[in-house]
Design a protein around this ligand. Sequence first.
Ligand code: URA
Length: 236
Amino acid sequence: MADKTEITVDEFISAIDDVKAYLLFLQSIGCDGVDCLSENVNKVAGWKMGGIKKRDSLEKISDDLTGCMRCGLGAFRKNIVFGEGSCSAELMFVGEGPGSEEDKTGVPFVGLSGKLLTKIISAMNFTRESVYICNIVKCRPENNRNPLPEEMKICMPYLKRQIQVIKPKVICTLGAVAAKALLQTTKPISNLRGHFCDYNGIKVMPTFHPAYLLRNQEKKALVWDDMKKIMKYLKT
Ligand code: URA
């Protein structure tokens, strides 16, 4: 259970602002004593400086994953594929998990489907550096199988923290696995794609995975429709 005395840096700053405003108020009504209401004193006495949570960062999340063996994927991976791009990206792409090229290099979407994703990103007038690209699981499932529910559950907190730090305006999930895992739905990708969904107040656009597009070129137009919706929304 969370320690009730633990407060975040933002809450701490806001509390200091409250104290400042209150002291100014007391001064304005001519008071020069100290507020000893037990309700207030107890609240402040409960704050533990050691309990203030440091602001999260991509570096910290990546550090927390160093040497990760929380699930079975750790035993077979060459590299953890954490993610790459801008820490303040407006647009985030989330795939399902690294493939063999990604495992070798530690960089997401650098294999064949990655090259297609890079083309899509350029066609949207972005660069790989200006968006953020990552996956639901950070280690390669062997033989490119889908990640198991347990593996996704164990890795999900790190993706959630990445999203919380980056605060993108839009998340584009690539493929059924990523959409279902992030949106916690069992709806098929054919129903989900092309419609904005919600993840904690952030717009999510599920679309087809680039690997699927490589096998089904005729679906490219549908994905481009989805990207146009994203571009339109990003302009608002
Ligand atoms: N497919 C994915 O889902 N992610 C990658 O990083 C590469 C291929």
